[in-house]
Ligand binder design. Sequence first.
Ligand code: SAM
Length: 342
Amino acid sequence: MVQAPILPTMNAASAAAARDAFGRRMSYLRISLTDRCNFRCLYCMPAVGMKFQPRDELLTDAELLRLIGLFTKMGFDKFRLTGGEPTVRPHLVDIVRGIKAHKGVRELSMTTNALLLGRNAADLKAAGLDRVNVSIDTLDPVKFKMMTRGGRLDLVWQGIEAADAAGLRPIKLNSVVLKEHNDHEVEQLAELTLTRDWQVRFLEIMPMEGVGMVYDERLVTSEETKLRLEARFGPLEPVEADAADPARLWRIPGARGTIGFISPISAPFCEACNRVRLTADGMLRLCLLRPDEVNLRDRLRAGASDDDLLAELRGGIWRKPWGHGVAEGERDTVRGMSQIGG
Ligand code: SAM
């Protein structure tokens, strides 16, 4: 349901915390470090025709760190690195250290395919990364190669174990469930929680640019996945979750870990949204699924002061759309998921 905006009782630019016109407070920034990726997951990128941005269009490390400092001034305290694939960004360990050096960064996490984590998990932890979410849609190496268009499951698994050993915990595994691709494997993924204290999360596919047909043909709702799991494991037990967490949590009775369902399509969580995104090319993206953006990069490069940029940020956040509008047929036809940062 579309909400009416609340009337501002003070100038939006003068309030300390960043709020939108609906009264939602923003405190969580997802930062895309690159639009490049070493996988080509079939629900994320089209098989052919991906164009990557020239490096000079991406924020430099210094520009990125300056912007993050400004976000902390507005009360943002939770940050997540994503992409593309964040681990292919040069100087990742230094970037992590630089972000964590900002007073006010309470939590810094990363969403990754884990392919390169075997090499750098310990360095990332030492630099200040708190935890990781790893995307893994199947435990079958052949299927994995097919769904990622070339990825190696053995290396990804090594990466997950390296992250666990390095203390990048709690580990969360993300799996996008697709009809006739991996929907018959959700039990196997969920079984991981019996022995590991991980959170295995099942995501509904979203209709991003470049994968519209996959969405139209392959969407599996969280309810369908849950029914499937309950047919195997019996009734799942509810687990209390943070209200701002998009995952609804459950547990197989007696399991060490938990199971999460992320349901942007069947049960949108826009009302509790507390996040905005910063794309690798320096756009403040107000909603994952809507094209509304504020060009911070050009303002930065034109010499804007911190106060100018803060006003730009607050003004943009104030205009954050209420909801993603997928039910009404809204789709961004310009940027795909890997160009925004999921
Ligand atoms: N490369 C990293 C990874 O694989 O986790 C980070 C970027 S990826 C775009 C971030 C998350 O978006 C992953 O968990 C991925 O499964 C999810 N994702 C990508 N395309 C999606 C889609 N169309 N619908 C739902 N989730 C999607």
